[in-house]
Ligand binder design. Sequence first.
Ligand code: C5P
Length: 238
Amino acid sequence: MNNSLIIALDFADGAEVSRFLQPFSGKQLFVKVGMELFYQEGPSIIHMLKEQGHQIFLDLKLHDIPNTVKSAMKGLARLECDLVNVHAAGGKEMMEAALEGLEVGTAAGRNRPKCIAVTQLTSTSEEQMNKEQLIPVTLNESVLHYASLTKAAGLDGVVCSAWEAHAIREQLGSDFLTVTPGIRMETDLVGDQKRVATPTFARITGVSAIVVGRSITRSADPLKSYNDWMKAWRGEHQ
Ligand code: C5P
C-alpha cells in the first residue's frame, strides 16, 4: 500500500475502462473504482479487474447508520478489494461497525480489506466548511480531529489532502495510512479540487499513496502520463 499511485477509474462503464486499460496490458496497477463505475457495473467490474491482477481501492465512501454500514461492508468484504472507505463524519460508532462488517465478511484465511475514512473532501475549502457545514474551526483542525476519531475507531487510515498528511503522521504515527487525492502536476488543470498538491510535495510530506484521476485518464497518451507520474512520484526527475 505504501508508495502506491492509485489511478482513479472515473469512467461511465466497463467498456470505457477496458479501452483505457488496453495500453497497460500486462502491467499490474493499483486502481480506484468509485461510485460512477460501481453503480453502473456492480461487482462484475471488480471481478474483471481482479482477474487482470490489479489491486483495488473501492471508493464508495459509506455514510449511513451503523447497522446499515456494517451490513454493506459485510457484503463488500466478499469482493476481496484491498482498500474500502467510509466518511469519518458518520461517527466513531459507524466506523467501528464498518470494521466489524468487514471482519465478519472476510473469508477465513483471507486478508480483511483495509478501511480508511474520508476526513474533509479535497474539493472542500475552509470557507465552505465554515459556512455550509457550520464547523467553526480551521480545515486542518477538522481534518486532524476526524483523523484521530478514525484511529480511535480502529481504522487503518484516512483520505486527506497532502497538506494535512504530515501533521496526521506526526500525531497518529507513520503506520496510519494517508491516501491523498487532489494531486496535480504544476502544468495540470485544477478542476473542481481545492486543496491540490504536486507529487513531489506529496512524497516529501510522506503520504502513503496518491490518487490520480483526470491527469492520467483524460490524457491523450495515458501510458506515457502514467509513466511520467510514476517518475515524479518516485522522485526520479531530479
Ligand atoms: O481527477 P482527480 O485526480 O481529481 O480525481 C480524484 C479522485 O479522488 C476522484 O475519483 C474523487 O472522487 C476521489 N476523491 C477526492 N477527494 C476525496 C476522496 C476521493 O477527490 N477526499
